[in-house]
Design a protein around this ligand. Structure first.
Ligand SMILES: [Zn+2]
Length: 78
């Protein structure tokens, strides 16, 4: 069964994603497997959105990244 990063949903069975953590991909953690700061993850997601959504503005990308993170177990606010 494929596991997904609890921070960004990247599948953890791909070699580029597997890092020291069992629940987060290596893009979302430091070398020790600790989750990176929220803002750093958000910038990464905004960058990723801009890479495949045509014509998206920086402001829209930031907003969508924020929205996306609300659905992530690592970032959901209760
Ligand atoms: Zn991740």
């Amino acid at each position: 069964m494929t596991k997904y990063c609890h921070s960004c949903t990247m599948p953890l069975d791909s070699p580029e994603a597997k890092g020291p953590s069992e629940i987060y991909c290596k893009h979302c953690t430091d070398e020790a497997g600790n989750l990176k700061p929220r803002d750093e993850i958000k910038q990464g997601i905004a960058w990723w959105l801009k890479s495949w959504q045509e014509g998206i503005t920086e402001e829209q990308a930031q907003k969508r990244a924020e929205h996306f993170m609300q659905a992530m177990p690592a970032w959901a606010e209760d």
